[in-house]
Design a protein around this ligand. Structure first.
Ligand code: NDP
Length: 246
Protein backbone atom coordinates (compact mmCIF):
# COMPACT_ATOMS: atom_id res chain seq x y z
CA UNK A 1 0.00 0.00 0.00
CA UNK A 2 0.96 3.65 -0.18
CA UNK A 3 -0.59 4.61 3.14
CA UNK A 4 2.63 6.28 4.33
CA UNK A 5 3.39 8.13 1.12
CA UNK A 6 5.16 11.46 1.84
CA UNK A 7 5.86 10.46 5.44
CA UNK A 8 9.37 10.55 6.89
CA UNK A 9 10.18 7.88 9.48
CA UNK A 10 13.13 7.18 11.75
CA UNK A 11 13.74 3.67 13.09
CA UNK A 12 16.49 3.36 15.69
CA UNK A 13 18.52 0.16 15.61
CA UNK A 14 17.25 -0.69 12.15
CA UNK A 15 20.17 -2.72 10.80
CA UNK A 16 19.07 -6.15 12.03
CA UNK A 17 16.23 -8.09 13.63
CA UNK A 18 12.92 -6.45 14.48
CA UNK A 19 14.18 -2.98 13.51
CA UNK A 20 15.13 -4.14 10.02
CA UNK A 21 11.68 -5.71 9.58
CA UNK A 22 10.08 -2.40 10.61
CA UNK A 23 12.27 -0.53 8.11
CA UNK A 24 11.20 -2.88 5.31
CA UNK A 25 7.51 -2.58 6.21
CA UNK A 26 7.38 1.22 6.57
CA UNK A 27 9.28 1.62 3.30
CA UNK A 28 6.89 -0.82 1.59
CA UNK A 29 4.01 1.29 2.88
CA UNK A 30 5.54 4.29 1.13
CA UNK A 31 7.49 6.12 3.84
CA UNK A 32 10.99 7.50 3.45
CA UNK A 33 12.83 5.62 6.20
CA UNK A 34 16.00 6.64 8.03
CA UNK A 35 17.51 3.91 10.14
CA UNK A 36 20.20 4.21 12.75
CA UNK A 37 22.71 1.51 13.56
CA UNK A 38 25.83 1.12 15.67
CA UNK A 39 27.87 -2.03 15.18
CA UNK A 40 26.54 -3.33 11.84
CA UNK A 41 27.31 -0.85 9.03
CA UNK A 42 27.40 -3.59 6.39
CA UNK A 43 23.93 -4.86 7.32
CA UNK A 44 22.56 -1.32 7.41
CA UNK A 45 23.88 -0.53 3.92
CA UNK A 46 22.65 -3.84 2.50
CA UNK A 47 19.19 -3.11 3.86
CA UNK A 48 19.19 0.39 2.35
CA UNK A 49 20.14 -1.13 -1.04
CA UNK A 50 17.40 -3.75 -0.69
CA UNK A 51 14.76 -1.11 0.03
CA UNK A 52 15.94 1.04 -2.86
CA UNK A 53 15.96 -1.94 -5.22
CA UNK A 54 12.28 -2.49 -4.48
CA UNK A 55 11.46 1.14 -5.20
CA UNK A 56 11.53 2.48 -1.65
CA UNK A 57 13.49 5.26 0.00
CA UNK A 58 15.90 4.63 2.87
CA UNK A 59 19.01 6.09 4.44
CA UNK A 60 21.31 4.68 7.14
CA UNK A 61 22.98 6.79 9.83
CA UNK A 62 25.52 5.54 12.34
CA UNK A 63 24.53 6.62 15.85
CA UNK A 64 25.12 4.81 19.12
CA UNK A 65 21.76 4.75 20.90
CA UNK A 66 23.70 4.82 24.16
CA UNK A 67 25.19 8.20 23.27
CA UNK A 68 22.60 11.00 23.43
CA UNK A 69 24.74 13.43 21.41
CA UNK A 70 24.99 10.95 18.54
CA UNK A 71 21.26 10.23 18.74
CA UNK A 72 20.36 13.91 18.58
CA UNK A 73 22.76 14.46 15.69
CA UNK A 74 21.18 11.57 13.78
CA UNK A 75 17.68 12.96 14.25
CA UNK A 76 18.88 16.34 13.00
CA UNK A 77 20.54 14.70 9.99
CA UNK A 78 17.18 13.22 9.08
CA UNK A 79 15.46 16.58 9.42
CA UNK A 80 18.09 18.27 7.28
CA UNK A 81 17.95 15.54 4.63
CA UNK A 82 14.14 15.25 4.35
CA UNK A 83 12.74 18.48 5.82
CA UNK A 84 10.43 16.88 8.37
CA UNK A 85 9.90 13.98 10.76
CA UNK A 86 6.50 12.29 10.95
CA UNK A 87 7.24 8.97 12.61
CA UNK A 88 9.76 7.86 15.23
CA UNK A 89 10.15 4.19 16.13
CA UNK A 90 12.42 3.67 19.13
CA UNK A 91 13.54 0.10 18.59
CA UNK A 92 17.25 -0.02 19.48
CA UNK A 93 17.74 -2.20 22.52
CA UNK A 94 20.10 -4.62 24.20
CA UNK A 95 19.60 -7.50 26.59
CA UNK A 96 22.02 -8.68 29.26
CA UNK A 97 20.77 -11.59 31.35
CA UNK A 98 21.91 -12.49 34.85
CA UNK A 99 20.74 -13.25 38.36
CA UNK A 100 20.84 -10.37 40.89
CA UNK A 101 24.50 -9.41 41.39
CA UNK A 102 25.67 -11.16 38.21
CA UNK A 103 25.13 -8.36 35.70
CA UNK A 104 28.09 -5.98 35.91
CA UNK A 105 27.53 -2.35 36.71
CA UNK A 106 28.86 -1.50 33.24
CA UNK A 107 26.35 -3.78 31.53
CA UNK A 108 23.54 -2.37 33.64
CA UNK A 109 24.49 1.22 32.79
CA UNK A 110 24.77 0.29 29.13
CA UNK A 111 21.29 -1.25 29.11
CA UNK A 112 19.88 1.89 30.73
CA UNK A 113 21.72 4.09 28.25
CA UNK A 114 20.60 2.24 25.12
CA UNK A 115 17.10 1.09 26.14
CA UNK A 116 16.04 4.20 28.09
CA UNK A 117 18.23 7.28 27.69
CA UNK A 118 18.63 6.77 23.94
CA UNK A 119 14.85 6.55 23.57
CA UNK A 120 14.39 9.81 25.47
CA UNK A 121 17.08 11.62 23.46
CA UNK A 122 15.59 10.50 20.13
CA UNK A 123 12.08 11.40 21.23
CA UNK A 124 12.89 14.86 22.58
CA UNK A 125 14.92 15.76 19.50
CA UNK A 126 12.32 14.41 17.06
CA UNK A 127 9.57 16.30 18.89
CA UNK A 128 11.26 19.58 17.96
CA UNK A 129 10.29 18.78 14.39
CA UNK A 130 7.07 16.79 14.77
CA UNK A 131 3.60 18.27 14.32
CA UNK A 132 -0.05 17.31 13.95
CA UNK A 133 -0.38 13.66 12.89
CA UNK A 134 3.01 12.72 14.33
CA UNK A 135 3.58 9.19 15.56
CA UNK A 136 5.91 7.79 18.20
CA UNK A 137 6.14 4.04 18.74
CA UNK A 138 8.36 2.50 21.39
CA UNK A 139 9.40 -1.13 21.26
CA UNK A 140 8.97 -2.32 24.82
CA UNK A 141 8.61 -5.96 25.80
CA UNK A 142 5.98 -8.38 27.02
CA UNK A 143 8.14 -8.92 30.11
CA UNK A 144 6.46 -5.84 31.58
CA UNK A 145 3.19 -7.86 31.57
CA UNK A 146 4.50 -11.30 32.43
CA UNK A 147 8.12 -12.25 33.00
CA UNK A 148 7.84 -16.01 33.19
CA UNK A 149 11.48 -16.86 33.92
CA UNK A 150 14.51 -15.63 35.89
CA UNK A 151 17.67 -13.62 35.10
CA UNK A 152 15.88 -10.79 33.34
CA UNK A 153 15.10 -8.28 36.14
CA UNK A 154 17.32 -5.43 34.93
CA UNK A 155 16.18 -5.64 31.32
CA UNK A 156 12.60 -5.73 32.61
CA UNK A 157 13.36 -2.58 34.60
CA UNK A 158 14.39 -0.80 31.40
CA UNK A 159 11.27 -1.95 29.55
CA UNK A 160 9.10 -0.84 32.47
CA UNK A 161 10.61 2.60 31.94
CA UNK A 162 9.56 2.43 28.29
CA UNK A 163 5.95 1.75 29.31
CA UNK A 164 5.91 4.53 31.90
CA UNK A 165 7.46 7.04 29.50
CA UNK A 166 4.83 6.20 26.88
CA UNK A 167 1.97 6.81 29.27
CA UNK A 168 3.39 10.08 30.53
CA UNK A 169 4.03 11.41 27.04
CA UNK A 170 0.49 10.65 25.94
CA UNK A 171 -0.75 13.57 28.06
CA UNK A 172 1.91 15.95 26.78
CA UNK A 173 1.45 15.13 23.13
CA UNK A 174 -2.27 14.50 22.74
CA UNK A 175 -2.97 18.22 22.47
CA UNK A 176 -0.34 18.44 19.72
CA UNK A 177 -2.01 15.72 17.67
CA UNK A 178 0.81 13.25 18.21
CA UNK A 179 0.16 9.67 19.33
CA UNK A 180 2.52 7.60 21.47
CA UNK A 181 2.24 3.84 21.85
CA UNK A 182 4.31 0.87 22.95
CA UNK A 183 4.48 -2.41 21.07
CA UNK A 184 5.39 -5.22 23.43
CA UNK A 185 6.83 -8.13 21.49
CA UNK A 186 7.05 -11.59 22.92
CA UNK A 187 9.75 -14.02 21.79
CA UNK A 188 10.83 -13.02 18.28
CA UNK A 189 13.52 -14.90 16.38
CA UNK A 190 16.49 -12.51 16.11
CA UNK A 191 20.15 -12.39 17.11
CA UNK A 192 18.96 -11.25 20.55
CA UNK A 193 16.67 -14.24 20.96
CA UNK A 194 17.86 -17.05 18.69
CA UNK A 195 15.48 -19.94 18.33
CA UNK A 196 18.29 -22.41 19.12
CA UNK A 197 19.43 -20.46 22.21
CA UNK A 198 19.05 -21.48 25.85
CA UNK A 199 16.14 -19.12 26.44
CA UNK A 200 14.17 -20.63 23.57
CA UNK A 201 13.83 -23.93 25.43
CA UNK A 202 11.99 -22.10 28.20
CA UNK A 203 9.95 -19.89 25.89
CA UNK A 204 8.72 -22.19 23.15
CA UNK A 205 6.41 -24.29 25.35
CA UNK A 206 4.80 -21.10 26.68
CA UNK A 207 3.91 -19.68 23.29
CA UNK A 208 0.19 -20.39 22.84
CA UNK A 209 0.57 -20.33 19.06
CA UNK A 210 3.42 -22.86 19.19
CA UNK A 211 5.99 -20.78 17.35
CA UNK A 212 8.39 -17.88 17.78
CA UNK A 213 7.44 -14.54 16.32
CA UNK A 214 9.16 -13.09 13.26
CA UNK A 215 10.21 -9.49 12.74
CA UNK A 216 7.33 -8.94 10.35
CA UNK A 217 4.82 -9.85 13.08
CA UNK A 218 6.05 -6.85 15.05
CA UNK A 219 6.40 -4.65 11.97
CA UNK A 220 2.71 -5.21 11.19
CA UNK A 221 1.72 -3.85 14.59
CA UNK A 222 3.96 -0.81 14.11
CA UNK A 223 2.53 -0.22 10.63
CA UNK A 224 -0.97 -0.16 12.12
CA UNK A 225 -0.05 2.25 14.92
CA UNK A 226 1.59 4.74 12.56
CA UNK A 227 -1.28 4.60 10.05
CA UNK A 228 -4.43 6.73 9.94
CA UNK A 229 -6.35 3.69 11.15
CA UNK A 230 -4.85 4.36 14.56
CA UNK A 231 -5.62 8.09 14.81
CA UNK A 232 -7.50 7.51 18.09
CA UNK A 233 -5.00 5.03 19.55
CA UNK A 234 -2.59 6.63 22.00
CA UNK A 235 -1.18 5.23 25.22
CA UNK A 236 -1.76 1.66 24.09
CA UNK A 237 0.49 -1.20 25.07
CA UNK A 238 0.03 -3.57 22.20
CA UNK A 239 1.11 -7.09 23.11
CA UNK A 240 2.31 -9.04 20.10
CA UNK A 241 3.51 -12.16 21.82
CA UNK A 242 1.82 -15.26 20.44
CA UNK A 243 -0.07 -15.63 23.70
CA UNK A 244 3.07 -15.97 25.80
CA UNK A 245 1.66 -13.71 28.53
CA UNK A 246 -1.87 -15.12 28.58
P1 NDP B 1 18.79 -7.60 17.87
O1 NDP B 1 19.89 -7.71 18.85
O2 NDP B 1 18.54 -8.72 16.94
O3 NDP B 1 18.98 -6.25 17.02
C1 NDP B 1 19.19 -5.06 17.71
C2 NDP B 1 19.19 -3.90 16.77
O4 NDP B 1 19.42 -2.73 17.57
C3 NDP B 1 20.29 -3.98 15.74
O5 NDP B 1 19.87 -3.37 14.55
C4 NDP B 1 21.40 -3.17 16.39
O6 NDP B 1 22.21 -2.51 15.45
C5 NDP B 1 20.61 -2.13 17.15
N1 NDP B 1 21.37 -1.63 18.29
C6 NDP B 1 21.79 -2.31 19.37
N2 NDP B 1 22.52 -1.49 20.15
C7 NDP B 1 22.54 -0.29 19.52
C8 NDP B 1 23.14 0.95 19.82
N3 NDP B 1 23.87 1.13 20.93
N4 NDP B 1 22.97 1.97 18.96
C9 NDP B 1 22.24 1.81 17.83
N5 NDP B 1 21.66 0.65 17.49
C10 NDP B 1 21.82 -0.38 18.34
O7 NDP B 1 17.48 -7.30 18.72
P2 NDP B 1 15.93 -7.47 18.36
O8 NDP B 1 15.68 -7.11 16.96
O9 NDP B 1 15.50 -8.78 18.88
O10 NDP B 1 15.30 -6.37 19.33
C11 NDP B 1 14.79 -5.12 18.88
C12 NDP B 1 13.98 -4.51 20.01
O11 NDP B 1 12.92 -5.40 20.39
C13 NDP B 1 14.79 -4.26 21.28
O12 NDP B 1 14.34 -3.06 21.89
C14 NDP B 1 14.40 -5.46 22.15
O13 NDP B 1 14.57 -5.17 23.51
C15 NDP B 1 12.97 -5.66 21.76
N6 NDP B 1 12.44 -6.99 22.04
C16 NDP B 1 12.94 -8.11 21.41
C17 NDP B 1 12.37 -9.35 21.68
C18 NDP B 1 12.86 -10.60 21.03
O14 NDP B 1 12.43 -11.68 21.43
N7 NDP B 1 13.71 -10.56 20.04
C19 NDP B 1 11.24 -9.48 22.62
C20 NDP B 1 10.79 -8.25 23.19
C21 NDP B 1 11.38 -7.07 22.91
P3 NDP B 1 23.81 -2.69 15.32
O15 NDP B 1 24.10 -4.14 15.18
O16 NDP B 1 24.14 -1.88 14.10
O17 NDP B 1 24.41 -2.08 16.55
Amino acid sequence: TNSLKNKVAIVTGGSRGIGAAIVRRLAADGATVALTYHASPGKAETLVSEVQASGGKAKAIQADAGNPDQVRAAVNDVFEAFGKIDILVNNAGILVLGNPGEVTSEDYQRMLAVNVTGMVAATEEALKHMGQGGRIVHIGSNVTQYVGFGTISLYTLTKGAVSGYTRGLVRDLGPRGITVNTVQPGPVETDMNPIDGPVAEVMLPRLAVGRYGQGKDIAGAVAYLVSHEADFVTGAELLVDGGFSA
